[in-house]
Write a protein that binds this ligand. Structure first.
Ligand code: G3H
Ligand code: 13P
Ligand code: ZN
Length: 349
């Protein structure tokens, strides 16, 4: 099956009332783990690459691997997405490569660290939409700023520093025409999200619900949505790792989000933890081993397990065969003739 528009995946998810996991990749083993999980659970899937991933793997290696995944899995709809594009040029280069979806994260300036102004965010995001839609490519924007990750993409600090304002979310969706909207409700990237299990007072689910009420047809995106499970932390620490005690986003909160308009859920850290734990275990238990396959295979299996579980928890499992992919050229026509709506439905306060 050719790569699919993320808009189509999310529109179908909205019809079915489920969420779709967007899993980050940097290499072949991670792509294989996701595809094995998608096959096992019969799930449509979003595969995403950050700027760091594209640089690490070199664009063409990574994109050809995704094409191989699509060719080898003709029954699985796959959208290939640029995660946290920092500029128009980053998004344009992803589209030129063949990505079917891009995130223009204009919540931060091009350095990927400094919060931008609302007007700067609107302007760059709208420019990306104007370039992407005539090519049938989906655009995700972000309003509000996530916390975490000092060396990669992220403003650092707590996820509670720049919570999305619902009025701004409405104005942003209206002025940009994005297909999906990432909002900040207190999550952050990386393993260190919360120092205790977050309850309703920590994670701003009320803000998410308020935004969904105002924008009932807009696909919402939750970033920083790894759950950082204790069992994965324990494996790492049992085999010589030094993770400090930490909590992620409880799956029940994500499921509450899915019942309130969340259609895309970004997960990277949980897979990083699973891979690292599996590799550490082999190194600790079998120090005589030196064939990379001896530790990459268990690492790939550990990631498959996490991804398959999330696919089931998010509700996308079983939905791979629900629909046939619309060619990207047809999606482009849909944007042009207005059958693919980009002007959000806005409900009164
Ligand atoms: O945005 C965060 C993702 O986990 C990607 O992280 O920029 O280190 O590849 P990265
Ligand atoms: P985590 O660090 O919680 O996995 O978040 C990943 C993410 O949001 C990628 O954009
Ligand atoms: Zn993110």
């Amino acid at each position: 099956m050719p790569l699919v528009s993320m808009r189509q995946l999310l529109d179908e998810a909205a019809k079915g009332g489920y969420g779709v996991g967007a899993f980050n990749v940097n290499d072949m083993e991670q792509i294989q783990a996701i595809m094995a999980a998608a096959k096992e659970t019969k799930s449509p899937v979003i595969v995403q690459a950050s700027r760091g991933a594209r640089a690490f793997a070199e664009d063409l290696y990574l994109f050809k691997l995704i094409q191989a995944a699509a060719e080898l899995n003709p029954d699985i709809p796959i959208a290939m997405h640029q995660d946290h594009g920092n500029s128009f040029e980053t998004c344009k280069s992803a589209i030129e490569l063949g990505y079917t979806s891009v995130m223009m994260d204009g919540s931060l300036k091009t350095d990927g660290k400094t919060p931008s102004t609302f007007e700067e965010n609107v302007e760059v995001t709208r420019r990306v939409v104007e370039y992407a839609h005539p090519r049938g490519v989906t655009v995700e924007g972000e309003i509000g700023v996530l916390g975490g990750v000092e060396d990669g993409h992220g403003a650092g600090g707590s996820g509670l520093d720049h919570i999305t304002d619902p009025d701004q979310a409405v104005e942003f969706a209206e002025r940009t025409g994005v297909d999906a909207l990432a909002i900040a409700i207190g999550t952050s990237h990386g393993a260190y999200k919360f120092t205790k299990k977050p309850d309703g007072s920590v994670l701003k689910m009320d803000v998410l619900i308020a935004i969904h009420k105002r924008l009932p047809n807009t696909h919402l995106v939750m970033h920083g949505s790894s759950s950082v499970p204790k069992d994965l932390q324990d494996v790492i620490n049992q085999y010589g790792g030094k993770l400090k005690e930490t909590w992620g986003v409880p799956v029940e909160e994500i499921q509450l989000g899915i019942r309130n308009g969340v259609r895309k859920i970004n997960v990277d850290t949980d897979n990083r933890l699973a891979i690292t734990g599996a590799i550490r275990k082999v190194f600790a238990e079998s120090p005589e081993k030196f064939d990379p396959r001896d530790y990459l295979k268990p690492a790939r299996e550990a990631m498959q397990k996490v991804v398959a579980l999330r696919m089931t928890q998010f509700g996308q499992a079983g939905h791979a065969g629900d629909y046939s992919p619309i060619p990207i050229t047809e999606i482009a026509k849909g944007y042009a003739d207005g059958s693919l709506v980009t002007r959000p439905l806005v409900a009164a306060k």
